[in-house]
Design a protein around this ligand. Structure first.
Ligand code: AMP
Length: 114
């Protein structure tokens, strides 16, 4: 996987537009194109890593930075309460293989992963 193959690397680079809601030196947050809740924001590291476990192994501090950004988005948009989902692998629903945490909130959330 190279930056030019990866959709989210291309959003980080500005080659593809993203509806940005927060940014740090290392992390970007932007709205999901297909929102599943009133607040649905993707939080990603700017560097490429395929999934959450790979990022935790290679750079745990960066994963922690993502958590801080996720909380900041939730503080700004849904009273600080949110669900943070990492789909890991195609059978779990991962379709973009650049690690991203889905920040979901803004309503009472159900629990129906099927
Ligand atoms: P996942 O299925 O967990 O890999 O999540 C990928 C998410 O990326 C999906 O919820 C898509 O709706 C979202 N998505 C795909 N392309 C874009 C895009 N260009 N901008 C924002 N979100 C996107």
């Amino acid at each position: 996987m190279t930056d030019t193959d990866c959709l989210f690397c291309r959003i980080v680079a500005g080659d593809i537009p993203g509806d940005k809601v927060a940014e740090t030196d290392t992390v970007l947050a932007f709205r999901d194109l297909s929102p599943q809740a009133p607040v649905h924001v993707l939080v990603i590291p700017k560097v490429h890593s395929p999934n959450v476990a790979a990022l935790a192994a290679s750079d745990p501090a960066l994963l922690a930075d993502m958590a801080v950004v996720a909380q900041g988005v939730a503080d700004a948009e849904c009273g600080g309460e949110f669900r943070w989902i990492f789909n890991s692998g195609a059978t779990a629903g991962q379709s973009v293989f650049h690690v991203h945490g889905h920040v979901l909130g803004g309503q009472q959330l159900g629990w129906s992963p099927a």
